[in-house]
Design a protein around this ligand. Structure first.
Ligand code: NAD
Length: 307
């Protein structure tokens, strides 16, 4: 009878650690070890849990002798060499459900911050300027929301915007989920139609070769001059240089971005000079509830896989 050992290599919720212990696992907690340390530590562990750090590189994976599961308490797998893991029969799991509501709420928050000029007004007030007349905004009610990607997060945004704000929803996806769209009276259209029609274009596709620079100069030119672009997906889904041009030359009215092609965003980046832009530092998943839930979601997956 083996006692399975789980290495928790970045801080996860107490409830997730307690759950693992309740399943009879031996849990060792360390804080984001370096590659060298991790390659040394990993021996004898059956599962490892990480967040966006530490990196689980090929070297770490090859140093492991008992490893069966690599779990990311969160979504992105950028810090895990998935190929190296799979080639050794090690499963890689993550917690995509846990962050859905957090990202959806931030997305809507960004829409409001941009359209009601909340961030702009706050900035100006701190400069001692009372921008009452410059800060006339537009409402969400009755506007058309175009969702690029109608998966978990896209649908969660649709739910808030349809029920909460009375928006009209359209979406585009590799596979139209007609059934899911019905709840929001949402129509599935092609990308170009969506870009020409929507007042708010919100991106919710994963970053893949097909979605890299999906929103390029040609696509930005299809958008209405009054429309805004919201990106809480991945920075490289948008061609940032084209976006800066679009914002400066008024092809679109504004952009709200949580993700960037280069993170952290360089200090001298042109986006930082523009008033019709709202920026957050990749905090879509950063809610207390999402972090807790991410730990629990992967703990359960580990228990399932090891048993
Ligand atoms: P999901 O897999 O549930 O949904 C993605 C949808 O995109 C799917 O319906 C899929 O069919 C569609 N899609 C994939 N490729 C496409 C293409 N080429 N053209 C059109 N549609 C395509 O994923 P999700 O949970 O909704 O997350 C969406 C994305 O949000 C993630 O991939 C991630 O990049 C991003 N995200 C960001 C944060 C953040 O902190 N800002 C946090 C979590 C996730």
């Amino acid at each position: 009878h083996v006692v399975y050992r789980v290495l928790v290599a970045s801080k996860i919720s107490r409830s997730a650690v307690d759950y693992l212990k309740s399943q009879g696992f031996e849990v060792v907690e360390v804080h984001e070890p370096s590659e060298d340390e991790l390659a040394r530590l990993i021996k004898g562990f059956h599962a490892i849990i990480v967040r966006s750090k530490p990196r689980v590189t090929r070297r770490v994976i090859e140093a492991a002798d008992q490893l069966k599961v690599i779990a990311r308490a969160g979504v992105g797998l950028d810090n895990i060499d998935v190929q190296a893991a799979e080639s050794r029969g090690i499963k890689v799991v993550n917690a995509p459900e846990s962050v859905t509501q957090a990202v959806a709420e931030l997305t809507v928050g960004l829409m409001l911050a941009l359209l009601r000029k909340i961030a702009f007004s706050d900035r100006k007030m701190r400069e001692g300027v009372w921008v009452k007349h410059e800060a006339v905004g537009t409402e969400l009610k009755g506007k058309t929301l175009g969702l690029v990607g109608f998966g978990r997060i896209g649908r969660a945004v649709a739910r808030i915007c349809y029920y909460g704000f009375g928006m009209k929803i359209i979406y585009t996806d590799r596979q139209c989920n007609i059934e899911a769209g019905r709840e929001f009276n949402a129509e599935c259209v092609d990308l170009d139609t969506l870009l020409r029609t929507a007042d708010i274009v919100s991106l919710h596709v994963p970053l893949t070769p097909e979605t890299t620079h999906l929103i390029n100069e040609e696509k930005l030119r299809l958008m209405k001059k009054t429309a805004i672009l919201v990106n809480t997906a991945r920075g490289a889904v948008v061609d940032t240089n084209a976006l800066v041009k679009a914002l400066k030359e008024g092809w679109i009215a504004g952009a709200a971005l949580d993700v960037f092609e280069e993170e952290p965003l360089p200090k001298d980046h042109p986006l930082l000079q523009l008033d019709n832009v709202v920026l957050t530092p990749h905090i879509g998943a950063s809610s207390v509830e999402a972090q807790d839930q991410a730990g629990i979601e992967v703990a359960k997956k580990i228990a399932e896989l090891l048993k």
